[in-house]
Design a protein around this ligand. Structure first.
Ligand SMILES: CC(C)(COP(=O)(O)OP(=O)(O)OC[C@H]1O[C@@H](n2cnc3c(N)ncnc32)[C@H](O)[C@@H]1OP(=O)(O)O)[C@@H](O)C(=O)NCCC(=O)NCCS
Length: 157
């Protein structure tokens, strides 16, 4: 398995994963294509096994291009057939140094990482384990339910 930058040719497969994992979200292809086109505002990566795409992750620079970047984990998804096998963890841990390299090109480094998810989504545990992120706020009824906002402060990679 390899983590690499998402390319135009990956969009169809990545959009299938988006469609299957985020049942309330629409227009999967356009969603991912617009994120991919928005580099370096967004950094998009996929994990593949040479045959197919197993998952993707999107990171976003928040509130301008700053020397001390507040980086958002905008979205992560793993194909339903491949979940709970460590792929989500690998996507986070292995893409982050690649993001850091990109930020170094603009003389920036990561200050904090933010991430939000539904309060009932187990991915909270994933963010705690991989990023040491902590819940800092819960917003009632934001998208489809209560949403937790997590921050990993003073990130050192
Ligand atoms: C969330 C998601 C990306 C995690 O990827 P994954 O490959 O399934 O997760 P991993 O196998 O790397 O597991 C990482 C940790 O998550 C937790 N976890 C994984 N599967 C779990 C499950 N079925 N139930 C509870 N916790 C689970 C565990 O803490 C695990 O760590 P551990 O293996 O050390 O115990 C994936 O399940 C997914 O695509 N879900 C649907 C989309 C989504 O909800 N995205 C996140 C919101 S933006």
């Amino acid at each position: 398995m390899k983590i690499r930058f998402m390319e135009q040719k990956d969009l169809r497969e990545a959009a299938e994963i988006h469609k299957e994992t985020f049942s309330r979200q629409r227009h999967s292809y356009q969603w991912l294509e617009s994120s991919l086109k928005a580099f370096p505002r967004f950094f998009c990566f996929v994990i593949d096994n040479e045959d197919s795409i197993l998952g993707y992750i999107i990171w976003a620079q928040k509130s301008g291009f700053r020397p001390a970047t507040v980086l958002d984990l905008d979205q992560i998804a793993v194909h339903p057939k491949c979940q709970s096998k460590g792929i989500g963890k690998a996507l986070i841990v292995e893409s982050l140094p690649l993001v850091k390299d990109q930020l170094a090109n603009q003389n920036s480094d990561i200050k904090h990482i933010t991430v939000n998810t539904r309060a009932d989504n187990f991915s909270q545990n994933l963010y705690k384990k991989t990023l040491k992120a902590e819940v800092e706020a819960v917003i009632k009824n934001l998208y489809s339910a209560d949403e937790v906002f997590m921050i990993a402060r003073n990130v050192s990679i």
